[in-house]
Ligand binder design. Sequence first.
Ligand code: G3P
Ligand code: MG
Length: 390
Amino acid sequence: SIRTHRTVIDHERVASYAFAFDIDGVIVRGPETIPEAREALRMLNGANKYNIKVPYIFITNGGGRSEKARCKDLSQRLGITVTEDQVIQGHTPMKDLVPVYKNVLVVGGVLDSCRKVAQGYGFQHVYIPIDIMNWNPSVTPYYQLSEEEKAIAVDADFSKISIDAILVFADSRNWAADQQIILELLLSKNGVMGTVSETAEEGPGLYFAHSDFVWATDYGLSRYGMGALQVSIAALYQEHTGKELQVTRFGKPQRGTFRFAEKVLSNWRKNTLEEHVENLHLEEHGNADESPFVSDSEDDDDSSDSSVSEDLTIEKGSKLLLDLPPASTVYFVGDTPESDIRFANSHDSSWFSILVKTGVYQEGTTPKYKPRQICENVLEAVKFAIEREH
Ligand code: G3P
Ligand code: MG
């Protein structure tokens, strides 16, 4: 018989399918944890009637803190251990820009939280709008820095620094000031404050961690997100120059983020399987008859099938050598049709989109991008998918 990797995975209680979760509006709403989320994750960790462990990752457009801090928060809220290689935030793929740009202006987040995140990614020269306002308070005539802001400002002469890229990492806390500074740099000569380009084409590149126009908080109605700031900046730029603003977008529903997510998910599925194998080895002391890879098809009792044992025998602590096939289905649970459902529907037909009613999407409206399934909440989504699989 041919023992496929799928057989191996199914029979050893690690699912061949997987989950990816949006966070805001699915797992949390503002400071609150959505009550059903804990149980949903517990089910995926094996507390389900099939005793199966289902790999999962989180893909949020949110950010403003390190992946490590995000994991700590998720772990506490959900009573599970979430590790850094399970989480993608809007700005996570911006790590790849580290070798490309020297001086970056990072926008958004509380005080200098995003500076720290960018430094953590490896960016060497990270500035924030507060540094620019501290350098010359006349840049923003109607906003004066607080003492707290002054205390975290970096001393720098922005008439001599060329900002190479503007990276909007998280929601702006100060739209008026941030817009003023972003526009000035976009229209500058080589990203130097106080200069004006004649072509409006010499400014730094502009990158957004995501383009969500609205997002779900603990308020009854959705709130404007980073995508709304992008619309506003594009309108100002157009008014000023008559040209269309060029922006590089990350986050959902962008293809780049999808590719990144597939890589993260594939590594995580491998991890889950390896961990499972190690646990079995520990429990079974390496008993060959009860090898985690013995499948139940008819001639599987033939332990002399060397091609199989060679491929699949793994020593405790060693790395899994299997070339794992992609997940049979990835269930993506999200609340925002424009980013989540579009994301899950656009890039690979093996992704199955589930829209929940706990966030941006409101019952009774027609979602702009049609999900494969609509569920009340994340727990229902997990139950639905597990039943669909078994
Ligand atoms: O700012 C975060 C928000 O726009 C969306 O987060 O988790 O729903 O992708 P999430
Ligand atoms: Mg959401």
